[in-house]
Design a protein around this ligand. Structure first.
Ligand SMILES: [Mn+2]
Length: 433
């Protein structure tokens, strides 16, 4: 499948080659950060100077960021954003007169403005939602700039961050990674490597619901399992897996139960060799505004490991704490549930864990009240989508009814509504769901 991206990857690479300076802008999530790291490594190796900025989203504010940090003739490279924001690209072209290339995997309506090359799986009939992420697309471009096969581990990490599957282009990249000794694959429990008790207590994927404190400790003691996950004997690990499945079965979705076990990726060239752990660490750092720290880890600087790991622990602890109170705080309606959350950084992880591990039978809407707007995260399951639920449409319709905006994917959507319209929004949901 990867060959389908090659034409566009070659074009973008030829735009990059021989530049005096490349301005990189990428997204602040795990996929965006690994994408930025892949292109930064490749640029370093080509001796092309660059500057990188990681953003939560692309809007008009980009002009101010670029005005002081680019000059005519520079190349601006977007990763993990840009394909569906043609108006902003056109505005940058018009205002700043710089060249632009885009490496993205999001669906888009209109082709980019004239003169802008892009790598996007959707333009060659591939699905950017699950078979290749921005990091995979960026890796194909990096391979056109030199021998950068060692960066394939970062591409896999980015795909994990976007909850993708190892099919299509991802599968090709994994094949290249394994063949070249960059990544090793081992089947097992899919949680981060670490002290097993701590990791289970921190885990939101899977989230293990517990009523009393120290429940996990007693659970492990009873099983007679302790130590680091990667050091467990296969019989211990299998017993643990069976017991975990029994524990989450009553409430989790089918998908979520199946996803507990699968391929784990061991990254031979990264400072955190566990792909799940690296993904969670950079994701948490990005959400907490420590994008530079996250990027430095992916640039293989070991200095930030302790600080970044502490941010991951803190972030996940927060999500787990909110999850443990869901039963008391959730509101149930005929066709959906909703809940208020205070920390907007954790909203996505929070909503994802509720639908997968606690309440999979109806769509969930998590509402964050901010100063002027309330942010909404909506999540469904594959089964709900199969039964006709399209959260992108639901969000678009219900949010616009109360003067807000919404959209996204059928299974995961979001939006924002004016503060104070939450009750009205819930009523609007009642009408569509
Ligand atoms: Mn992405």
């Amino acid at each position: 499948m990867i060959e389908r991206l090659l034409d566009s990857a070659k074009k973008v690479a030829s735009e990059i080659k021989n530049r005096e300076f490349v301005r990189v802008i990428s997204h602040h999530d795990a996929d965006g950060i690994t994408s930025a790291a892949i292109i930064c490594h490749a640029l370093l190796r080509c001796s092309i100077p660059f500057q990188t900025t990681l953003l939560s989203r692309l809007d008009e504010g980009i002009l101010e960021i670029l005005r002081d940090s680019t000059k005519e003739g520079d190349l601006l490279l977007f990763c993990d954003m840009g394909s569906s924001q043609g108006e902003i690209l056109a505005m940058i072209q018009r205002e700043l007169g710089i060249d632009i290339v885009v490496i993205d995997h999001h669906r888009y309506q209109k082709e980019p403005p004239t003169g802008i090359f892009q790598v996007n799986p959707h333009s060659v009939g591939l699905d950017g939602a699950f078979e290749v992420s921005a990091s995979g697309c960026t890796f194909t471009v990096a391979q056109e700039l030199g021998d950068n096969v060692d960066l394939s581990g970062l591409a896999i990490t980015g795909a994990l961050g976007d909850k993708q599957r190892m099919v299509g282009v991802n599968k090709d990249i994994l094949g290249v990674a394994v063949k070249n000794g960059i990544v090793r694959v081992k089947k097992g429990l899919k949680i981060a490597d670490g002290e097993i008790r701590e990791e289970l207590e921190l885990s939101t994927e899977p989230y293990i619901h517990r009523d009393e404190k120290n429940d996990i400790g007693a659970f492990l003691e009873e099983l007679g399992v302790k130590g680091r996950l990667w050091d467990l004997s296969s019989s211990d690990e299998n017993r643990l897996i069976d017991a975990l499945i029994a524990k989450i079965k009553a409430r989790a979705s089918e998908d979520a139960i199946e996803d507990i076990v699968g391929e784990r990726y061991i990254l031979n060239f990264e400072v955190i060799p566990d792909a799940i752990g690296l993904m969670q660490t950079i994701d948490a750092c990005g959400k907490r505004g420590k994008m530079g720290l996250a990027l430095s880890l992916c640039m293989r600087d070991r200095n930030g490991i302790d600080e970044a790991s502490a941010i991951r622990v803190d972030f996940q602890r927060k999500v787990v704490r909110e999850l443990s109170a869901v039963d008391q705080n959730i509101h149930e309606r005929d066709g959906f549930r909703y809940i208020f959350a205070e920390d907007r950084d954790i909203t996505g992880a929070f909503a994802g864990a509720i639908i997968r591990y606690l309440y999979p039978d109806k769509p969930i809407f998590v509402i964050n009240r901010l100063e002027k707007v309330s942010k909404i995260s909506a999540r469904g399951t594959r089964a709900l989508v199969a039964s006709g639920v399209d959260l992108s449409e639901v969000m678009r319709i219900a949010a616009s009814k109360v003067g807000g905006v919404g959209g996204g994917h059928n299974v995961a959507a979001g939006g924002s509504i004016p503060v104070g319209t939450e009750d009205e929004f819930v009523k609007a949901l009642d009408e569509v769901l």
